[in-house]
Design a protein. Structure first.
Length: 688
């Protein structure tokens, strides 16, 4: 059976019928969506039939950044929007979740009624433990149904959710959760990864010791079901089995679908939904707070670009491989908002070092019946290098779309995907490459199934996202590389950063380059290099992302601030100072060198190199272990003492020294000479 017409085309027909709006090209539609913000975002609300028991007074009170107020007076709840689809999807025989981990021989399914029952049970128990709207609930969980259940239960009661992946070390977890002072911690005892059971209880002991705010521990036994759970409880912090919180009450109460005790509460449009972390280059990770309403609208709008349909009408099954520590986990779960089955896989997509297996995810796609498969660009590059042929791994006849994000996708990967994936209707599979960010939990650049795909390009700027490429002096660029900016507010932009008095970090993070002034609005600078490519013959503009324009580490789609890595490295007694940069740009693998200054008389040997890498792996994750470590005489710093990460990064990417640094602004100018010589040697140029 042929797939329905693209959802954007369906939406455009709806606009014509319901709003009397007709657009000849996608560019016309995009321009309307970014100039008539009230008209566009109210149409998203109505098209997806978002519900509220009270009317909104206006769509947006003032088009300013930051601080725009959206849909004042409306009440929403993320979980309510999810479960309004439950009956229709279940009646059509569609599960809510398909799930598999490394220990399972085949995927398992969780039905919509069972998901709703478990969420309501968990929500009731949160309330029983005194969790109020606005309280934080933190989780240390893998990409499994338990994480979805706990998240939706938090949303139901108005608690604020935050999650870290079990592969993260204690420093990274504590740096995040200690900022937000959670009342409840939901944690797994370990995770099977690369065929090995990794016991995370030592990490949990450190985390709990650092979080005196935790009043209840909810325990998910994954590797040791027979362990003494009571040993983890104290009079001040009782421990509860996850299964008990999702089972029947056992006290005469009810966890049925009609039980109001676990039903989602109506909340203000901008009530906090979750806290996610997008690390800066200094200080602790930024604790970004997003609201229920803005996230619901952004993720529903995203289904237009991703062409994701309700399962009840199409049998759609959506899988985007992710850990819980990546914003794509939030995006994957967001498919439930439109009534779409989600497919979760927890495990190493590449097998193990001893037994590499890059066909593992493709077999899961076939076994789960996924119609939509997304992953980080690095995954596809690994498959290409490993010689994987997806259609030889599994029956992929249901697969109709492939998505990529996290870093630029090389032209070679475009060709590999088209050559080795199914060809629905005799045409190359639709390849939807997207680029966005944790910062606003959405995409700026994405796909459009009705437009042609150009190798090496993303198809279009997203509806409602006023994205441009700007020069450093604020001039819009076309066909040239510039800073990715967004000139108009979006509903999913952060409400605020947790623990950010006066919103100083928020302003410095996005509005430092274009802060605005009298009669001149502030403009969001995202930190990516962007080129917008005009295609007048199809009435659209493509886009190419060239990687990060700031110094944030973006390893395999997981962003991590350099400050976190420095804390781990500089805790070693031999290390006096350090500097790290991540070189990631189109068509090439990421290369992340670490430079260290050692105590007098010490030299960087193999033993110290191994110990530094082990410290990073333990404190952060294996993803953030540098490719190489070099000893340097000094780290260049500004007059205010800041490490000069971005100038060093630009030097190593080939920029002339005179264009990236001013020696008068360097506290120790001689330190720069080593990096200039290193960059020239790496490029094969003369050292002088």
């Amino acid at each position: 059976m042929p797939w329905p017409e693209p959802r954007i085309a369906q939406y455009q027909r709806w606009l014509q019928t319901e709003r009397g709006l007709r657009f000849q090209t996608y560019e016309d539609l995009w321009r309307w969506s970014t100039t008539d913000l009230a008209g566009f975002w109210s149409s998203v609300w109505d098209y997806f039939e978002v519900q509220s028991p009270t009317p909104w007074r206006c769509v947006i009170e003032a088009e300013v950044m930051p601080g725009a107020t959206w849909f004042a007076g409306a009440q929403v709840n993320y979980a309510q929007q999810v479960f309004r689809h439950a009956d229709a999807a279940h009646a059509a025989g569609c599960p809510a979740i398909v799930y598999q981990n490394e220990r399972m021989a085949a995927p398992a399914e969780l039905s919509w009624p069972e998901l709703r029952r478990q969420v309501r049970g968990f929500a009731r128990r949160l309330r029983d433990c005194g969790v109020q709207p606005g309280d934080r609930v933190a989780a240390y969980l893998p990409n499994a149904p338990q994480a979805v259940v706990a998240f939706l239960a938090c949303a139901s009661v108005g608690a604020v959710w935050s999650v870290c992946s079990p592969d993260m070390g204690p420093v990274a977890v504590i740096d995040r959760f200690r900022q937000i002072e959670p009342k409840v911690l939901v944690a797994v005892d370990g995770q099977v990864w690369s065929g090995v059971a990794h016991d995370r209880r030592p990490v949990l002991r450190e985390v709990l010791a650092a979080l005196p705010s935790v009043r209840h521990l909810v325990w998910q036994a994954e590797i040791d079901p027979g362990a003494d759970l009571a040993a983890w409880g104290t009079p001040e912090r009782p421990v509860h089995a996850f299964a008990d919180w999702t089972a029947g009450r056992g006290d005469g109460g009810s966890d049925s679908d009609s039980d109001p005790g676990g039903a989602p509460a109506w909340l203000p449009f901008d009530h906090p939904l979750w806290i996610v972390y997008s690390s800066g280059t200094t200080g602790l990770p930024k604790a970004i707070v997003h609201g229920h309403g803005g996230i619901v609208l952004e993720l529903l709008k995203g289904s237009l670009h991703n062409d994701v349909h309700p399962s009840a009408s199409t049998g759609e099954r959506f899988h985007w491989f992710s850990s819980t520590g990546w914003i794509m986990w939030n995006a994957q779960v967001g498919a439930l908002l439109g009534g779409t089955t989600i497919c979760l896989y927890d495990g190493n997509p590449g097998g193990s070092a001893q037994a590499p297996d890059w066909g593992r995810l493709w077999r899961f796609v076939g076994a789960s019946g996924a119609t939509w498969f997304g992953a980080g660009a690095a995954y596809y590059a690994s498959c290409l290098k490993a010689g994987v042929r997806p259609m030889e791994q599994a029956d992929l006849s249901r697969l109709r779309a492939v998505g990529s994000t996290g870093s630029p996708l090389s032209s070679e990967c475009y060709r590999w995907i088209w050559d080795h994936c199914p060809q629905p209707d005799g045409r190359p599979i639709w390849l939807a490459t997207i680029s966005g960010g944790t910062d606003f939990a959405g995409a700026f650049i994405a796909g459009h199934r009705g437009l042609p795909v150009t190798q090496g390009e993303m198809q279009c700027r997203c509806l409602g996202a006023a994205v441009e490429a700007w020069s450093e002096d604020g001039r819009p660029l076309m066909g040239e590389v510039g800073e990715l900016v967004c000139t108009k507010p979006m509903p999913s932009m952060p409400l605020y950063f947790w623990g950010d008095p006066g919103h100083r970090r928020y302003l410095d993070s996005y509005f430092d380059m274009f802060p605005g002034g009298p009669g001149k609005p502030a403009v969001w600078r995202h930190g990516d290099w962007l080129k917008i490519v005009p295609h007048p013959e199809i009435g659209a503009h493509g886009a190419i992302i060239y990687g990060r324009s700031d110094a944030t580490i973006n390893r395999h789609g997981i962003r991590m601030g350099t400050a976190e890595l420095y804390r781990a490295v500089e805790a070693e007694p031999e290390v006096l100072d350090s500097l790290v940069v991540d070189l990631e740009y189109l068509g090439r693998e990421s290369w992340m060198p670490l430079f260290v200054v050692l105590r007098d008389g010490l030299a960087l040997d193999e033993a110290l190199t191994k110990r530094l890498k082990a410290a990073i792996r333990q404190a952060l994750s294996a993803r953030h272990v540098p490719n190489d470590i070099f000893q340097v005489p000094a780290v260049p710093r500004t007059l205010s003492g800041k490490k000069m990460e971005l100038p060093v990064k630009k030097l190593l990417m080939g920029a002339p020294p005179e264009q990236v640094l001013n020696r008068d602004a360097v506290a120790n100018a001689a330190a720069v000479d080593w990096f200039i010589a290193f960059a020239r040697a790496r490029a094969g140029a003369p050292a002088a």
